[in-house]
Design a binder for this molecule. Structure first.
Ligand code: NAD
Length: 507
């Protein structure tokens, strides 16, 4: 069992096993002063870490990754007990997090390599873009994927040469302390990755602290509060927020595969995934067959127990949201094919398939974050795309179709789309991950995810002098006439092929 390593706090937070309701440990509720102290320690670590070569950082990050892999049983056990997810899903989460650590480690040097770019009109200059660590990154994480999600920021921030202070969700702090223990063991700088525990107030303190960037993953409502708090110091923010991911199933889709994917995408982690399939639009011609397939797959699932497909919901608050969405949908005419509000028992929700749904219902417009698959019949692909885009969110999406698949995908207003699959973009570490609209902004994963934790530096180096030096007050008489001529030639009708040619002509 993980124990807290910080001793100043007197107040403590209990962590519960949602499957049994039992307390499985407690952690300190850290004050703003303690958060500030952690950030100050991280700043010292960052100064050393940022000056290490990419190779040296790679070595330590590899040791960190290997140590997590060596402790996979303990980590998966804490994930299973603290979050409620089945053991299999806990192991998958650890594996996906490790994939990102490995990718960020191996890729950082290339992604941060300085790039020479065209100097345009100033052809006697060498223009370079370079990337440098920001310093200290504050990472605030959610409870649904308490390892995988924050690691999408932590690994990339560390690989880019930053130190990290991580505020895990109050529902899953023990998992974070396990990782912090490993970090302290494997990194030469013990303050390189620190965990500050507590609830919203501790997160708010981190958002207000002297970090160089906040990477927040959680709900849109909290994301807005984080952004407001960070605005005090103009601290930049990366926001990975909620979603209402649509799936479109066309009439020429492989229905069995589409149904299997809808069931997995809608129900994995008991539907508590930001990129869950939250609503499905199915072409009229195949709607009924698709629904039958989905129901068939759902009936094969086991709910509860260590070998379950679906575990306990992580919090009673989330159970209440799901029940509210189901009650609302039924009151407005939805048909329940499996599960339903009456089948909710404690922290377990039976997977629920709904038809006859429409956008007046919360289950089609708000984030449900539970094991619910609402299926709407559509008359055309245009209608499917229109409904899919009719959302304040824009995180993930998926399309099951034949020849029209790519064209449909291109029309979806979302940060990410899987074609003939679900959620695949999250497991491909080269692909940037993030959303638009109320799903947030900024990107984790991929080269963008590494550069997200860097400051971009532009350098203009004069390589030789030319007669026309625009960065000087010492200009010949009537210079404005020459400039006037240049404007006409460079940007008007008498366009010169390249600005460099123009200067060569002037010499
Ligand atoms: P949440 O917004 O309730 O909490 C997230 C974190 O913010 C927690 O650590 C919490 O303690 C902290 N917090 C609360 N109030 C704060 C404040 N005022 N200032 C700073 N921090 C504060 O979200 P949650 O319920 O833990 O997570 C579920 C949400 O996260 C869902 O909406 C889900 O879609 C989203 N999510 C998004 C992604 C993504 O990558 N886009 C991934 C996972 C989860």
């Amino acid at each position: 069992m993980a124990t807290a390593t910080h001793t100043n706090s007197t107040e403590r937070l209990q962590s519960y096993n949602p499957a049994t309701g039992e307390s499985i440990g407690s952690v300190p509720i850290m004050s703003a002063a303690e958060v500030d102290a952690a950030v100050a320690r991280a700043r010292v670590a960052a100064e050393t870490w940022s000056t290490r070569s990419c190779r040296a950082r790679e070595e330590e990050l590899t040791a960190f990754r290997k140590a997590i892999a060596a402790s996979v049983d303990e980590i998966a056990d804490v994930l299973h007990r603290e979050n409620g997810k089945p053991l299999l899903e806990a192991y998958v989460e650890v594996m996906m997090a490790l994939g990102h650590i490995q990718h960020a480690t191996a890729r950082a040097e290339k992604a941060m390599e300085p790039r020479r770019v065209s100097a345009g009109m100033l052809a006697n200059f060498r223009a370079t873009i370079s990337y440098h660590p920001l310093g200290v990154i504050g990472v605030i994480g959610p409870w649904n994927y308490p390892l995988f999600t924050p690691m999408g920021s932590i690994a990339y921030a560390l690989a880019a040469g930053n130190a990290v202070v991580w505020k895990p969700s109050e529902l899953t702090p023990l998992l974070a302390l396990e990782i912090e223990k490993i970090a302290k063991r494997t990194f030469a700088l013990p303050d390189l990755l620190q965990v500050v525990t507590g609830a919203g107030a501790t997160g708010a303190a981190l958002a207000k602290s002297a970090v160089d960037k906040i990477a927040f993953t959680g709900s849109a409502a909290t994301g807005k509060r984080v952004m407001m708090a960070a605005a005090e110091r103009l601290t930049p923010v990366l926001l990975e927020l909620g979603g209402k991911d649509p799936m479109i199933v066309d009439s020429d889709a492989d229905l069995d595969k589409a149904a299997e994917a809808a069931v997995y995408g809608g129900l994995t982690n008991a539907g508590q995934a930001c990129i869950s399939v939250e609503r499905v639009y199915v072409a009229e011609a195949v709607h009924d067959r698709f629904v039958d397939e989905v129901v068939k797959h759902v009936r094969e699932l086991k709910i509860g127990g260590d070998d379950a497909h679906l575990g306990a919901m992580t919090s009673p608050a989330q159970v209440a949201i799901v029940k509210d969405h189901l009650d609302d949908a039924i009151a407005k005419g939805a048909k329940v094919l499996t599960g339903g509000p009456d089948a909710i028992s404690g922290s377990y929700i039976q997977p629920t398939v709904l038809t006859n749904v429409d956008h007046r219902m919360k289950v089609m417009s708000d984030e449900t974050f539970g094991p619910v698959i609402p299926i709407q019949r559509v008359a055309s692909l245009d209608e499917a795309v229109k409904l899919a885009n009719d959302s304040k969110y824009g995180l993930g999406s998926s399309v099951f179709a034949g020849k029209a698949a790519r064209a449909i995908a291109d029309k979806l207003r979302a940060g990410m789309t899987s074609i003939n699959s679900v959620m695949a973009f999250a497991g491909i570490p080269t692909l940037p991950f993030g959303g638009i609209g109320e799903s947030g902004f900024g990107r984790i994963h991929g080269d963008e995810g590494i550069r997200e934790f860097t400051r971009v530096k532009s350098t203009a180096e004069q390589m030789m002098s030319i007669p026309l030096n625009m960065m000087s007050f010492r200009q010949p008489k009537e210079m404005h006439k020459r400039i006037r001529g240049m404007i006409k030639q460079l940007y008007g009708d008498g366009v010169v092929a390249k600005a460099g040619d123009f200067f060569r002509k002037l010499k």
